[in-house]
Design a protein around this ligand. Structure first.
Ligand code: GLV
Length: 329
């Protein structure tokens, strides 16, 4: 049995799972539809055994200490866990879990939606129409760039990168990728992808889409130097984490025509967006909705809750990102 704190209202499936588990002695939920203030968060987690957190919460040493030594697990309701100091958790014997797998296809759908929307200038088109500016059909109105038959460069080739590659295959695209580790030949062949270095990816791609996690190595990996290596007709898409990109430099590249357009779902300092980016009409912007479908968010909530239930039952959770803690038990 254990006490659980949930840092925000989440889809009901997750809450029901906790309530019906028979191992939750006390369930408290921060019900406000806003980010829980840090001091309130630290006070709320004191004495709990498990926390179901979302990516707006910073899970660091101070958080873990505020919870106390009885804390067993923090289940992050996201696949990315750059908001968590995993080493600090491991040092305190706290298991961290994430929600991989269930959001792969949904996030790849959004990445592809941004590719299509940015290449075909959909946001700009809609604003043009809604503003009443459209007076007649024109042979030169809102010309974009093609997607079919073009070269797609995937920076990062994990589950989501591969799901984007499968979609791109249907558009007859040539697909290049960079990754920390190369796929084996059979996987490359099945996906129809070619492994290249970053410079080749930037030089040859018509569309560059980011699918790497945010790590010390990928932080700031895309700035003006990279955009200058891309084609002036290139489209840049980011559905991973904002800090992989130097946002001010991306805004400058879009403003100055260094690249053609961008489709973005994530930002360096969410929810703040660089004002110059907001001013760029050649940019399609979404508010970090990569996994935001009813079904997928329900599954993510259920997985996060299941991970907590497993730990409270003394079982191994399905998705520990620091399984060494389990080994040490
Ligand atoms: C969302 O951004 C996630 O990492 O799941």
């Amino acid at each position: 049995m254990g006490k659980v704190f949930v840092t925000r209202r989440i889809p009901e499936r997750g809450i029901e799972l906790l309530q019906r588990s028979g191992v939750v002695s006390e369930l408290r939920i921060y019900e406000e539809d806003r980010v829980i203030p840090r001091d309130e968060l630290l006070a709320s987690v004191a004495g709990v055994d498990a926390v179901l957190a979302i990516l707006t919460e910073r899970i660091d040493g101070a958080f873990l200490d505020a919870a106390g030594p009885q804390l067993k697990v923090v289940a992050n309701m996201a696949v990315g866990y750059d908001n968590v100091d995993v080493a600090a958790a491991t040092a305190r014997g706290v298991i961290i879990t994430n929600t991989p797998g269930v959001l792969t296809e949904t996030t790849a759908d959004l990445a592809f939606a941004l590719i299509l929307a940015a290449c075909r200038r959909l946001s700009e088109s809609e604003h043009y129409l809604r503003s009443g500016a459209w007076k007649f059909w024109s042979p030169t109105l809102l010309l974009g760039v093609d997607i079919h038959g073009q070269t797609l460069g995937l920076f990062g080739m994990g589950r989501i990168g591969q799901a984007v590659a499968r979609r791109a295959k249907g558009f007859g695209m040539r697909i290049l990728y960079c990754n920390r580790t190369r796929l084996d030949a059979a996987e490359e062949q099945a996906l129809g992808v070619n492994y290249v270095d970053k410079a080749t990816l930037l030089r040859e791609s018509d569309i560059v889409s980011l699918h790497c996690p945010l790590t010390p190595e990928t932080r700031g990996a895309f700035g003006l130097a990279e955009f200058r290596q891309m084609k002036p007709t290139a489209v840049f898409v980011n559905t991973t984490r904002g800090p992989v990109v130097k946002e001010a430099e991306l805004a400058a590249a879009l403003r100055d025509g260094v690249i053609f357009a961008a489709g973005l779902d994530v930002y360096e300092n969410e929810p703040q967006i660089h004002p110059e980016l907001l001013a760029c009409t050649n940019t399609v912007l979404a508010p970090h909705i990569g996994s935001a479908t009813q079904d997928t968010r329900g599954k993510m909530a259920a997985i996060a809750a299941s991970n907590i239930v497993a730990v409270l039952k003394g079982e191994a959770p399905l998705n520990a990102v620091n399984p060494d803690v389990l080994a040490g038990r």
